[in-house]
Design a protein. Sequence first.
Length: 203
Amino acid sequence: MNKLWISLVFFLIPGISGIVLAGDFEELTASCESCHGPDGASPYSDVPIIGGQSTKYISDSLESFQIWGRPCVKSAYRSGDTSKPKTDMCKIAGGLSSEDIQKLSEHYSSRPWVAAPQKFDASLAATGAALHLQSCETCHQQGGSAAGVGPKLAGQWAPYLKHALKFVPTGEHAVPSTMERKLADFSAEEIDALLNYYASQQN
Ligand code: HEC
Ligand code: HEC
């Protein structure tokens, strides 16, 4: 009798299940933020900023991790319960439903984009700006500060970007073939100049 009563209450007051879902979402974002920082504004140079990135890029990335379409690099939790074992984005994304992905992408894209406070070399940044305009601007628009076909790059952590680019020539991180060809034409120094340009954009 008691059980029936309880299930009837849940059935008749859908608001209760709504409250539970909101709590679950907060728990989910708290777990993301133990690595990606408050509102996805990562303070860690090896963890990308996701707050303010486009909805489409965030959801595409999570879907890509779900099918191991990007390298699954092990990472430690940075805050909260840091005794939890290391994990990776493929495992994390594997536990998300398509509804979670939709909500997370909308949530983080609505957060402000906070450029990483990082050192850069001004003269390399100037060289990088010219290279960017020539080869990267069509997809990473407004100097990489607007998401176009590709994600925002301006203000992203340079150590993370450098790490991400490593997996392009090996085919482990699929990007448009135009980007792959353009990158292949660049020397290590030119790529370094591009990264200094993105690091220099801190407004
Ligand atoms: C244990 C730390 C950790 C947790 C927890 C975590 N991430 Fe990540 N995330 C990373 C790291 C590190 C990368 C960079 C992966 C790589 O090496 O390419 C990343 C990459 C990403 C990217 C790709 C960003 C880009 O610029 O390409 C997205 C999107 C993302 N995470 C979203 C999330 C969301 C949403 C959650 C919560 C459901 C989450 N992450 C939880 C560490 C974490
Ligand atoms: C034809 C369009 C296009 C061009 C040109 C292009 N990119 Fe990309 N870029 C993309 C797309 C799309 C992605 C996202 C790939 C994915 O789904 O993970 C990307 C991803 C990236 C990433 C990874 C960012 C992250 O947060 O993980 C970096 C770094 C990058 N591009 C740098 C460059 C540079 C430097 C150039 C110029 C040499 C360039 N791109 C030219 C479309 C382009």
